[in-house]
Design a protein around this ligand. Structure first.
Ligand code: FA5
Length: 366
C-alpha cells in the first residue's frame, strides 16, 4: 500500500493555511470528495487480500478522521472570524428613535355610541340590538304603518329583490324603531332600553347619508307621561354635551307609532363655521337643529307588541347619532364620516387608549 502520510501532511498544512471558506471547501473536495485521494484509497481496499485490508483500512480511516476534524476546526475558526468582521462593520445605533408605526383611531360614531351607552346606563337603560336586514312587519306594520300607509313612502327604503319564505318583503331597516317591537315581544313590560345601530335610506346631501346611525330609546311602565320623556332627553343632552345651558324645543309632529309625537330640536350658536350647542335657539345669533323624533308610544304599537295599553304607557325617541356627533365634535359635512379618508379619521378620531370619557356621569336628582 502506498504511504499516504506525505499527502496527509500536505492537506493538514493547507487546511491550517486556508484563509477563506471557499479555499477550505476546495481542500475538502480534493481529499474527501467522491474522487478525492482519501476516497480513492478507500476504494482500493476491495482489491486487497484480507490480511492487507486489516492493516490498511484502519490507517486510511484514521487519515480521513484526522482531515475531517482539521476541516471542522478550521471552518469554525473562519466562520467566527467572518462574524467578528461583520459585527465590526455593521454597527447598529440602539439610541436612535424607532420608526413610528401608524396608529389607528376610534371613529367618532363609535366614540359617541360608547358615550351615550354610558350615560343611559347611569339612567337605568339596558342596550338592545336588532337585525339590520329586517322584514316589512317589524319595520313598518307593527309600528302602525300598514301597507297602504303614506308614511312608508317618506322612508326611501332599500328593498331586497327576493321575499322571505312566508312572502314578506325584506329590507334594510330604515330606522331603529323595529327594535322597540322585538324587545317588547321578548321582554314585555316594564322595559327601559336604548338601541343604537346602523340604519339605511336612499338619501344623500351634507346632512343626510344612505347609511347613518340612530339610537332608539324606549321606556314602558305604569304612569309614564310626556314629562318623563322631556326630562330624560334634557338630562341626556346635558351629560352628553357636558353643559348645563342646553335648551330643547319639543315641536308637535307626526309619527304613526307615537301619539302625540314631538320632534326634538336643540339650540345652538354659530362660532366661525362651527356650530356650538347651548342657549335658546330663538336668541340673537342662535338657531335650532333637529336631532330626532319622539313621542308617547301609540297604543296600537303596544298592542301589536303584546303589551296591554290600558295597564302600561310608554315614551320612545329616535336620535340621529351622526348629527349629535357633528354637533359635539364640530364636523360640517356628514358624508365625510363614511368616506374612509385616513386624514379625516386621524383629525377627528380618538386614540384607543386616551379616549375622553364622561367622568362626571349623570347627576340624577333623588
Ligand atoms: C325616525 O326615524 C323615527 N323612527 C324616530 C322616532 C323614534 C320617532 C321613536 C318617534 C319615536 P326620522 O326619520 O325623523 O324619525 O329620523 C330621526 C333622526 O335621524 C333625524 O332627526 C335625524 O337626526 C336622523 N336622520 C334621518 N335621516 C338621516 C340621514 N339620511 N342621514 C343622517 N341622519 C338622518
Amino acid at each position: 500500500m502506498t504511504d499516504l502520510t506525505p499527502q496527509k501532511d500536505a492537506a493538514l498544512s493547507a487546511i491550517e493555511a486556508a484563509d477563506t471558506l471557499d479555499a477550505l471547501e476546495a481542500i475538502r473536495l480534493e481529499a474527501l470528495g467522491k474522487k478525492g485521494w482519501v476516497s480513492l484509497a478507500l476504494k482500493t481496499l476491495g482489491q486487497m487480500s484480507p490480511e492487507e485490508r486489516q492493516e490498511a483500512a484502519p490507517a486510511i480511516q484514521a487519515i480521513r478522521a484526522q482531515i475531517a476534524d482539521a476541516l471542522a476546526t478550521r471552518k469554525a475558526e473562519l466562520e467566527a472570524a467572518e462574524l467578528e468582521k461583520q459585527l465590526a462593520s455593521e454597527t447598529l445605533d440602539l439610541t436612535l428613535p424607532a420608526a413610528e408605526l401608524p396608529r389607528g383611531s376610534v371613529h367618532p360614531v363609535s366614540q359617541v355610541m360608547d358615550e351615550l351607552a354610558e350615560i343611559f346606563a347611569d339612567l337605568g337603560f339596558a342596550v338592545a340590538t336588532g337585525p339590520e336586514i329586517e322584514d316589512d312587519w317589524h319595520n313598518f306594520t307593527a309600528l302602525n304603518m300598514d301597507e297602504s300607509h303614506p308614511a312608508r313612502a317618506m322612508h326611501d327604503t332599500f328593498y331586497f329583490p327576493d321575499k322571505a319564505e312566508d312572502g314578506a318583503s325584506i329590507l334594510l331597516r330604515t330606522h331603529t324603531s323595529p327594535v322597540q317591537i322585538r324587545s317588547m315581544k321578548v321582554h314585555g313590560a316594564p322595559i327601559r332600553i336604548i338601541a343604537p345601530g346602523r340604519v339605511y335610506r336612499s338619501d344623500s346631501d351634507a346632512t343626510h347619508t344612505p347609511m347613518f346611525h340612530q339610537v332608539e330609546g324606549l321606556v314602558v311602565d305604569k304612569g309614564i307621561h310626556l314629562g318623563h320623556l322631556k326630562w330624560t332627553l334634557e338630562t341626556f343632552f346635558k351629560a352628553f354635551f357636558e353643559r348645563e345651558d342646553i335648551t330643547l324645543r319639543l315641536r308637535p309632529s307626526y309619527f304613526p307609532f307615537t301619539e302625540p309625537s314631538v320632534e326634538v330640536d336643540v339650540g345652538y350658536s354659530n362660532e366661525g363655521n362651527r356650530r356650538v350647542v347651548g342657549g335658546h335657539g330663538d336668541a340673537e345669533g342662535h338657531d335650532w337643529m333637529e336631532l330626532g323624533g319622539s313621542g308617547m308610544v301609540n297604543r296600537r304599537v303596544l298592542e301589536m307588541a303584546g303589551v296591554d295599553p290600558d295597564e302600561y304607557q310608554g315614551f320612545a325617541f329616535g336620535l340621529g347619532i351622526d348629527r349629535i356627533a357633528m354637533l359635539k365634535y364640530g364636523m360640517n359635512d356628514l358624508r365625510a364620516f363614511f368616506d374612509g379618508d385616513p386624514r379625516w379619521l386621524s383629525h377627528y378620531g380618538f386614540g384607543a387608549v386616551d379616549q375622553p370619557t364622561l367622568s362626571a356621569g349623570v347627576g340624577v336628582a333623588s
